[in-house]
Design a protein around this ligand. Structure first.
Ligand code: F6P
Length: 343
């Protein structure tokens, strides 16, 4: 018998509820009590929790978002919060904590393991797919399919009206959504954070395409892509508790630059949080379920400081510390495949 806490932190994404459901179902099989900590690390600081039962997780498999709520709260940010989190962990009588999150949430987990809560198991989540040591994070596949469908829809207007449409997708440091949605949606240019944008090259690719008779183009850009001079296009300068600026706006700047240089009418569509919403794909439901089951198995085996990961088609476990050490960015090989279809 053990008392297990679970929290979901950082940006929400489709597949979180399948993880929670799997943790509860597998945990109950082991005879564990499962406690849901509300709103990520904020709930542990504020002692905000709900007991999870078969009833609470019934029917949540196809639901996007997270029934536990989430936040970008960092317990290392405000004096006293770390102590509160540790005290509440004790007061709740937890024997282990399952932390579902991306680089920030799992980065906190990696620190907490050394600072007083050693019994943590991680589950990798993010639509950005940028966590190391796992081929995929859940949430990515749903976001990718949403972005692809949007590109398909934008194609018709671009073609009918003879326009360039710039599609801005999410991706802070890694261009996985941009590159894969670009390949799947037949984009004519894809721009990612890993490679600086050369606006002259973008325009010459578009002009080349128009010279062979095309009267429209689709340009996909990741929100974190930067122009050659290195300036990010920011929505506002405010930083979150993990020191990240709020991105967004690169699409507009890019569209203006393209229209000015080519003379072709250029519009922009920012997909934003649409990519984080909706019902998870079958892939994300299954991946979330497999990760949730694995996380409970790791707790039962007392294998702490580990993260469930997908490598090939196998669910394995890796050190949380390794997974958050550096981000997994788009490799050149994949970019070169996308490039074949540029222009
Ligand atoms: O980390 C996932 C992500 O969707 C990023 O792609 C994006 O930059 C960020 O979250 C936006 O976060 P929020 O919606 O919390 O401002």
């Amino acid at each position: 018998m053990a008392n297990i806490g679970i929290l979901t932190g950082g940006g929400d994404c489709p597949g979180l509820n399948p993880v929670i459901r799997a943790v509860v179902r597998k945990g109950i099989n082991y005879g564990f009590e499962i406690v849901g900590i509300k709103n990520g690390w904020k709930g542990l600081i504020e002692n905000d929790f709900i007991p999870l039962s078969l009833d609470t997780v019934s029917g949540i498999l196809p639901k996007g978002g997270t029934i536990l709520g989430t936040s970008r709260t960092n317990p290392y940010k405000k004096e006293g919060d770390l102590e509160k989190a540790k005290q509440n962990y004790k007061a709740l009588g937890l024997d282990a904590l399952i932390v579902v999150g991306g680089e920030d949430t799992l980065g906190v987990a990696a620190k907490l393991i050394k600072d007083g809560i050693p019994n943590i198991v991680g589950v990798p989540k993010t639509i950005d797919n940028d966590l190391s040591c796992t081929d995929y994070t859940f949430g990515f596949d749903t976001a990718l399919n949403t972005a692809m469908e949007c590109i398909d829809k934008l194609h018709t207007t671009a073609e009918s009206h003879h326009r360039i449409i710039v599609v801005e997708v999410m991706g802070r440091h890694a261009g996985w959504i941009a590159i894969e949605a670009g390949i799947a949606g037949g984009a004519d240019v894809v721009l990612i954070p890993e490679l600086p944008i050369d606006i002259e090259e973008v325009c010459s690719l578009i002009k080349k395409r128009h010279q062979r008779g095309k009267t429209f183009s689709i340009v996909v850009v990741a929100e974190g892509a930067q122009f050659k001079k290195g300036d990010l296009v920011l929505q506002e300068q405010k930083l979150d508790e993990f020191g990240h600026v709020r991105l967004g706006g690169i699409g507009d700047t890019l569209a203006q630059g393209i229209e000015k240089r080519t003379g072709y009418e250029t519009r922009v569509s920012v997909l934003g949080h649409i990519q984080r919403g909706g019902t998870p794909t079958a892939f994300d439901r299954i991946l979330g379920t497999r990760f949730g089951v694995k996380a409970v198995e790791l707790v039962a085996a007392k294998k702490f400081a580990r993260m469930a990961a997908l490598v090939g088609n196998k669910i394995i476990d890796v050190p949380i510390e390794e997974a958050v050490k550096e981000l997994k960015t788009v490799d050149k090989e994949l970019y070169d495949i996308a490039r074949v279809f540029f222009g």
